[in-house]
Design a protein around this ligand. Sequence first.
Ligand SMILES: [Zn+2]
Length: 228
Amino acid sequence: MKNKENACREEDEKLKNKLKRKIVRVCRIMLKENLNINPFGNVSCRLGKRILITPSGMSYEKMRAKDVVEIDLEGKSYGGKPSSEYRMHIEIYKAREDVKAIIHAHPKYATAFAVSRVGIPVFLEEIAEVVGSSIEVSKYALPGSKELARIAAEALRNKNATLLANHGVVCVGDSLEEALDILRILERSAEIYILAKIIGNPYVLDDKNVKKLREMYLKYKSDVNENV
Ligand SMILES: [Zn+2]
């Protein structure tokens, strides 16, 4: 019995360390791909009933897996100081059981929409497929505040990405990989939208096609997962 318990604990510890390493990797990718700037933004994922989240105010280059902080859904830390936006992550996880990972970032083009308080419609197939809907701007609240946590959770109740007014973006997914894909598509879409506006007027996809594209993508995703 004891051996079994020890084996389980070892497995849990292995998974925790793997996810911590993944969080650090996502942070580095965001810097490399110009999706974020140091030391802004934060990344988290679920670990059972707890959350693993980036530490407060640490540069992404310096960050190591051991620096990633474990907290519970009440905000209690099990070592280290979590990101100042930990409340926002907690409120989103509480509101969305299906969400397993969250990325908050300040990417250049998407943030241009956030400061203009203009949403991004579904004008590209990949927005329909990967994000699943238009990306709207949520109300302004100070960073790190309970109000911002409440507003972001509400905005993401039935969406996978939102623009935080005068601030940045939040993307959620069923894994860190999916949240990162959504962030990439959001930023690329924002850039393409600005270019398309210079050329003419971007056409928005109709709801029927958006729904169909999303269904096709979700089927493709589940087929890929089945074959892994
Ligand atoms: Zn921020």
